[in-house]
Design a protein around this ligand. Structure first.
Ligand SMILES: Cc1cc2nc3c(=O)[nH]c(=O)nc-3n(C[C@H](O)[C@H](O)[C@H](O)COP(=O)(O)OP(=O)(O)OC[C@H]3O[C@@H](n4cnc5c(N)ncnc54)[C@H](O)[C@@H]3O)c2cc1C
Ligand code: FES
Length: 279
């Protein structure tokens, strides 16, 4: 983990971004495409996040939902949760925002190369997963079969709906969706995402599982993956903590002796399984 710490950029520098596209995705989530002024090459890894600020209001960590394979701008999907996120939702195209980052350790792309992948996303967890899945699909020949399990409360809260159909049509990609509460038009599964795991056709020795979702989801998903004989280091997850600085100074994001903003948010289960504050 030390090696990674050195590679992480630490910066208080605030860049000026402009909202170039804004789209309502669900009742609570809005999509923002952002361009940075005077930054020609904004490099990031899937799974990293930025600190976004609205002048006079504050700052919050938000995962980058786009893939670094798509150049020129980057994308965020933001749930209206409180002060900063509400102020962000009130902005429109052409409005400025502050951006620091990218921060944190993203998904271990090198390790995932050549492997089959099982993505498990719940609720807002589908936002950072979208970055990784888009990256993998843009570099399709470098990865094996993909199983994508996505869960959310209702059909209306499912994110990236238009793209899910395109993903399903790609060779070697299986997408399974589930909701807690269905409506008359819903054609997917109903119930917790854990119910889908036993039916996944994969060889755990050749597969990495990547999980992102609400805190309650991890324990039960991990139990199912362990039953399927996934090794601890083949289970990769992204943890969310309250963050202030994003650069390992304030301690808000600490999980035991780990700084989630720098050593995470992405960890393997092997790295955190003995840390009682992690899950
Ligand atoms: C690494 C990381 C990536 C994230 N990515 C996204 C993303 O892609 N999209 C998105 O919509 N949100 C994301 N979040 C969550 C987002 O940062 C919080 O919703 C946001 O900080 C709330 O700020 P606010 O000022 O609007 O709310 P506040 O007014 O500060 O708080 C409103 C409520 O939300 C709670 N809250 C604040 N921060 C968090 C948090 N980190 N976890 C749980 N509860 C929190 C507060 O306790 C309070 O109850 C991410 C968080 C982290 C740490
Ligand atoms: S957010 Fe300040 S130390 Fe991690």
């Amino acid at each position: 983990m030390k090696e990674h710490k050195q590679a992480v950029k630490s910066s208080y520098e605030v860049m000026t971004g402009t909202i170039v596209t804004k789209k309502k995705m669900t009742d609570q989530e809005t999509y923002f495409e952002i361009q940075l002024a005077g930054v020609s090459d904004f490099n990031y890894d899937p799974g990293q996040f930025v600190m976004i600020s609205v002048p006079g209001v504050g700052e919050a960590p938000i995962s980058i939902s786009s893939s670094p394979t798509r150049k020129g701008s980057f994308e965020l999907v933001v749930r209206k949760a409180g002060t900063l996120t509400s102020a962000l939702h009130a902005l429109g195209t052409g409005d400025p925002v502050g951006i620091r980052g990218p921060f944190g350790r993203g998904f271990p792309i090198k390790k995932l190369k050549g492997k089959d992948l099982l993505f498990i996303g719940g609720g807002c967890g589908n936002i950072p997963l979208h970055s990784l899945i888009t990256y993998v699909l843009d570099n399709r020949k470098n990865f094996g079969n993909l199983n994508i399990l996505l869960g959310c409360k209702t059909p209306q809260t499912m994110l990236f709906v238009d793209e899910l159909e395109q993903w399903e049509n790609r060779p070697g990609v299986v997408v399974n969706k589930t909701v807690d509460q269905a409506d008359a038009g819903w054609k997917g599964n109903v119930g917790l995402i854990t119910k889908l795991i036993p039916g996944v056709d994969c060889d755990p020795s050749k597969t990495y599982s990547v999980i992102v979702g609400p805190p309650i989801m991890y324990k039960f998903v991990i139990q199912e993956l362990l039953k399927k004989k996934f090794a601890d280091d083949h289970i990769i997850l992204s943890l969310e903590r309250h963050m202030k600085c994003g650069v390992g100074k304030c301690g808000h994001c600490q999980i035991g002796d780990l700084y989630c903003c720098q050593e995470g948010p992405v960890f393997t289960y092997e790295e955190i399984k003995h840390n009682y504050e992690a899950l």
